[in-house]
Design a protein around this ligand. Structure first.
Ligand code: BG6
Length: 510
């Protein structure tokens, strides 16, 4: 293939250069929630400063609270960015007060969208962002469908113009509700227009998992049960439940983090190479991983999981209350703030390799990482004493807040002895790249506007992830034993440590 053909190959263009998204209007349902001002508007504004969205881009926020366009613009104004650029961008930010259960809201919405298309040249392209409880997804989509808003308007070009829908997490609250939700929404909108968001998939370091595995030749040959002893996926936080206890107390760590973010990380680490990076191949491969995950019988749950709740303790030297003392938490709550699960994948590559997933609030520090722990060397040639055990090699994909990759290996300590010490070879995003990683939401919003769903969840994958989670939820709900606790600011419950030690393995220190 000549260079000329490579340059004009549209697939390669798609891979190498970021495209400016088509003009469109983004309608945010639930716009008064903090997601809009914390994530959505700052991300869209950052995209516009980088000219990755069209200058015509418009945003229409909807919720029940009464704001004028001006008040809404002030409320969502990001803290950083150029003031002149914000003035220009915010001219396309609008607000409409309305109850998303009422038909009348959608009649007004339709007229407002036509006005925006007319005044700002958004060409009838629409992105509906549903930042509301999952129960409300079918209601909103039903009304949009009734008003004909799920197809481009009559004055748009049916070939070029589009309507897409982003669904904020959580997608359902259990297996039954997620399955019903898929059924209800797919009756109204085809899968090709649905973008189920999981912000972990938009993180630069998460996208790099596939690049690391499949753009290099040196790791893949050892990426299997012959060389890997186990994999640890950790998402630890030092924050507590903050202002979100009302939500969290009904959810808990398993539904909040494991069912979605951590299982997504597992799928990316475990999947087979996709046939292509440009079609649905990546999502197909992820679904195959979810299908291979072992589903536990009720009696197998206790031995494969640990859950606990944080008690009082210290974070950064300051005393913090225990979970049961937090505002809006029931004093009898049995909601877990820590969850650890051992998963197995019943397939050729991973048979017998445990994947340990753990997450918790109020732990020693914020760290998200994937540690691939290799089998020890078969023979110890360099120990100080005969019978010394070799620690294993560990490859750590650091997802955040520190972003990078490190490989741990043994090195002879300089000098006259034959003793070894473990050292790390580190790659750090901050020192290797001049520009910081874009926020996850910016990447995901841009992908949706250019019509690339690769980093969004497909309906089948969400249901499959609920399939492996549900038996754990059921067994935990039936268990009346006292819930273990852990001191805030520490490594987690003692039970999780012994659970690992019993298998001759250790959690990495947070
Ligand atoms: C959210 C959870 O999905 O992810 C939160 O609801 C959690 O409880 C957050 O704190 C963690 O995300 P990140 O990107 O900070 O690791």
């Amino acid at each position: 293939m000549t260079n000329a053909t490579i340059e004009t190959n549209p697939l390669r263009e798609g891979l190498s250069s970021a495209r400016t998204a088509d003009p469109c209007t983004i309608v945010i349902f639930g716009a008064s929630g903090d997601l809009t001002e914390r994530m959505l508007i700052p991300s869209l504004f950052a995209l516009s400063e980088q000219r990755l969205v069209a200058p015509e881009l418009s945003v229409l926020g909807i919720s029940r609270r009464p704001f004028s366009d001006g008040e809404f613009r002030t409320k969502v104004k990001p803290e950083s960015g150029n003031a002149t650029n914000w003035d220009t961008f915010s001219r396309g930010v609008f607000y409409m007060s309305g109850d998303h259960h009422q038909e009348e809201t959608y009649q007004r919405l339709k007229a407002r969208l036509e006005e925006i298309d007319h005044n700002r040249g958004t060409q009838g392209n629409r992105l509906f962002y549903l930042a509301v409880a999952p129960d409300d997804f079918p209601t909103i989509l039903g009304h949009l469908s009734q008003q004909g808003l799920l197809d481009p308007p009559s004055y748009a070009d049916p070939e070029d113009n589009w309507v897409r829908v982003i669904l904020e997490k959580p997608f359902g609250i259990d297996l039954a509700s997620a399955t019903k939700l898929n059924k209800d929404i797919l009756r109204l909108v085809p899968e090709s227009k649905i973008y189920r968001i999981d912000h972990y998939l938009g993180k630069e370091t998460v996208q790099n998992i596939l690049a690391f595995r499949f753009a290099n030749t040196i790791f893949e040959p050892v990426w299997n049960r012959r060389y890997i002893d186990h994999i640890q996926i950790t998402a630890a936080e030092s924050l507590g439940v903050e202002e979100r206890a009302g939500y969290y107390d009904h959810f808990g760590a398993l539904k909040d983090m494991v069912q979605n973010h951590l299982l997504q990380l597992l799928a990316l680490v475990a999947m087979e190479p996709p046939a292509s990076a440009l079609d649905d191949s990546v999502r197909d491969e992820k679904s195959k991983v979810f299908k291979a995950l072992r589903i536990y019988k009720p009696e197998e749950v206790a031995e494969n999981t640990v859950r606990a709740q944080y008690g009082p303790g210290f974070i950064d030297g300051k005393p913090v209350p225990g979970y049961l003392q937090e505002k809006n938490v029931s004093p009898e709550s049995r909601t877990e703030t820590y969850a650890a699960v051992r998963f197995f994948l019943d397939n050729w590559r991973w048979e017998g390799v445990p994947f340990y997933l753990r997450t918790g609030k109020r732990l020693a520090r914020k760290v998200t990482e994937i540690a691939v722990v290799f089998k020890p060397a078969p023979l110890m040639l360099f120990g100080a004493n005969e019978g010394d055990k070799l620690d294993p090699n560990v490859l750590v994909l650091r997802i955040g807040p520190e972003e990078g990759i490190s490989i741990r290996f043994g090195t002879k300590i300089p000098g006259m002895t034959r003793r070894l010490r473990w050292v790390n070879m580190d790659f750090d995003y901050g020192t290797s790249f001049a520009t910081p990683s874009p926020p996850a939401y910016a990447r995901l919003l841009h992908d949706c506007m250019i019509g690339d769903p690769t980093l969004y969840n497909r309906g089948d994958a969400v249901e499959l992830a609920w399939h492996v989670t549900q038996p754990i939820l059921d067994a935990w709900a039936a268990d009346t034993n006292p819930l273990p606790t852990y001191e805030a600011g520490r490594e987690g419950p003692r039970q999780a440590e012994t659970w690992m030690e019993d298998e001759g393995r250790y959690w990495r220190k947070l």
